[in-house]
Design a protein around this ligand. Structure first.
Ligand SMILES: C[S@@+](CC[C@H](N)C(=O)[O-])C[C@H]1O[C@@H](n2cnc3c(N)ncnc32)[C@H](O)[C@@H]1O
Length: 359
């Protein structure tokens, strides 16, 4: 089903029944959230809005999105009539909502081609320590609109695998299939199975600070030792940073984490390897096709080549062989200043992205 067809379908579902006046929350939400301190939540496929209203009553600020304009309008009206409009932002889902969340929940979001992409974006939008709760049907209720006997319900573990999340940064805390007694639209009850997946974004522990290097005593050994220290630090800071935040501007001026390392690669080339750059501003953005690993690898390789050149420099006052003009002393001092300045930027940007700290 295309997204336009899905929107028409769900608009029809909601328009065909009277608007709920006080929809109830899902039990899988209340059991997972009751003990959490309120923060910012995103409810994907909010439907009637029982979950969003319950969260708002617990003190959460909720962004509630749905493909159905009818559902979204009804929830916005309910939020107003329950005095919760300040806490609920009901939106028709277009682009994935901006912001960072302490909780993202998706209850009974239908299987569709883009679903895993949306849930993966949701996992990335979590703050460190935040929770992604995905609840799916694990059985067919007698009143379900879809009575296809061949329908297959992916297990929570299969859903988790489909998200392809780095286990070092997200932990599956729950993946099971509890049963409950559910009440259908006609008031009759039946036992149904839920597929529950609860994933937590790992809280970043502070990376241990690396102390300043013990260098040799000569001028060149001291300068090179401190430069390598800063180079290692900024490469580690960018390595493994999550997409898309790694290339998204972290401050209004446009500075982004991946762009900083891309830029430093060009500065290394220009300073030690004779590389020419015509547009320095453009170097602050990595090419869209370059992964984080590509950019980090290219930086480290460039540094190795620069060090090979420096290995042959014994006189700090002599010009850099590949770039006649500035002395080796000037080039190293400049590179320390440049790398140190951007390593500081990188520290702040990375902490803003996922809370990772340490040098
Ligand atoms: C079975 S209902 C569940 C509603 C609500 N979460 C609940 O538990 O009561 C599925 C909801 O997902 C919405 N939906 C379907 N496809 C969607 C999509 N691609 N993005 C956002 N919402 C979608 C539908 O409009 C509908 O409101």
């Amino acid at each position: 089903m295309s997204s336009t067809d899905a929107a028409t379908f769900w608009d029809g579902v909601y328009a065909a029944r009277p608007a709920a006046t006080d929809p109830r929350p899902n039990v899988r939400l209340t059991e997972a959230v009751t003990d959490l301190p309120p923060g910012e939540a995103l409810d994907i496929g909010c439907g009637d809005g029982g979950d969003a209203l319950w969260l708002a009553r617990q003190g959460w600020r909720v962004t509630a999105v749905d493909i159905s304009a009818v559902a979204v309008e009804r929830l916005a009206g309910l939020a107003r009539s329950h005095g919760l409009a300040e806490r609920i932002d009901a939106q028709r889902l277009g682009r994935f909502p901006k912001g960072r969340f302490d909780l993202v929940s998706a209850h009974y979001l239908p299987p569709a081609p883009g679903r895993a992409t949306v849930l993966r974006a949701a996992a990335h939008a979590l703050r460190p320590g935040g929770l992604l709760l995905v609840v799916d049907h694990g059985s067919t209720a007698p009143w379900s609109w879809n009575q296809d006997p061949d329908v297959r319900y992916p297990s929570p573990t299969e859903v988790a695998e489909g998200l392809d999340l780095d286990p070092a940064r997200w932990t599956v805390e729950r993946a099971d299939a509890p049963r409950r007694v559910a009440t259908g639209p006609g008031g009759h009850t039946a036992e149904v199975t839920d597929h529950v997946l609860l994933i937590r974004r790992t809280r970043r522990t502070r990376r241990r600070d690396t102390p300043p290097p013990r260098t040799g005593n000569s001028e060149l050994e001291t300068l090179r030792g401190f430069l390598d220290y800063l180079r290692t630090s900024i490469a580690a800071k960018v390595d493994g940073a999550p997409e898309p935040a790694v290339r998204t501007a972290g401050v209004p001026s446009g500075t982004n984490l991946l762009g900083l390392l891309n830029h430093l690669t060009f500065v290394e080339r220009s300073t030690f390897l004779g590389g020419k750059v015509t547009n320095w501003q453009a170097t602050f953005h990595a090419a869209p096709d370059d992964s984080v690993a590509d950019v980090v690898e290219r930086y480290r390789t460039t540094v190795e080549r620069a060090n090979e050149v420096l290995d042959n420099c014994t006189d700090p006052g002599a010009p850099v062989p590949e770039r006649p003009g500035p002395s080796v002393r000037w080039a190293l001092t400049h590179m320390i200043e440049e790398t140190g300045r951007h390593a500081g930027h990188a520290d702040i940007l990375r902490e803003l992205i996922d809370g990772a700290t340490g040098r």
